[in-house]
Write a protein that binds this ligand. Sequence first.
Ligand code: SF4
Length: 319
Amino acid sequence: MSSENILEVRNLTKHFKAGRDQIVHAVDGVSFSLKRGTTLGLVGESGCGKSTCARTIIRMYDPTDGSILLDGTDITAMKQKQLKPYRKKMQMIFQDPYASLNARMTVRDIIAEPLLAHGVVKNRAEANEIVYPILDRVGLTKEHANRYAHEFSGGQRQRVGIARALVLHPELVICDEPISALDVSIQAQVINLLKDFQEEKNLSYLFIAHDLSMVRYVSDHVGVMYLGHLVEMSEADEIYKNPLHPYTRGLLGSIPAADPKLARRKEKSGIEGDIPSPIHPPSGCRFHTRCPYAKPECAQREPERKEVGGGHMVACHLY
Ligand code: SF4
């Protein structure tokens, strides 16, 4: 029987070795659940750990600690061979489809590859029966099948990336900044395509983005990450109406506004300074070096995650 949550992540931690004695604290104790058929937007500046979190969930990296449950099955410590049937259930769409699509393969072969690898089809002729309809479904044609990635525009390449990710009928799709590299005019088309697929196939998305405006129209829930920690999480509407964590407020302040007066006000509420190194993260609350509300306690004690009602979670000593 399928579980209600397609994904449960508990205390997920991923550290990397850097040099002889240094450790990069990329992801530190992140926990959340993703309900089947919904989208969780995971947001933060570059270097906050969101992409590492995604890549650890999909097991491109081995977790340092914590657990990952996919449809109720613990996949945290599975070896590659054991993982194979679960790989079909979770796929990834990358930010830069040009880098993620093999330049020497035709689009047909790129999309057919996972079908052959997972034994869904035995040969190219059988694969074509699946490749052509999915190309059509993402807005490309049979004629596109024999071309190479460099012959396409950015938007078309991302359509190929989506076709490749969805051809195995996954249940969970991790979208790692899938629209960040695209022209604004193309972004909405790609988002609409993803939303259509979600409705049709009851897909669940973990949608990674570097600003809150990008996930606003796709997310049911939003989580905000800062330097490896999940600092706030709630239903999407709530986080835009009632942001609590000073970092979330800062991120919202950095969304460009159409109204110049509002833009000036927002600029003032933006976040100052750069994100500190994850090799030596600040003590206590990791945001204390940039937070306008920091008090002495903030540098000494890490704030606990608190539920403040209606499933709204925040980790800050102000609450
Ligand atoms: Fe700012 Fe302190 Fe809250 Fe951290 S815990 S966000 S430093 S007020």
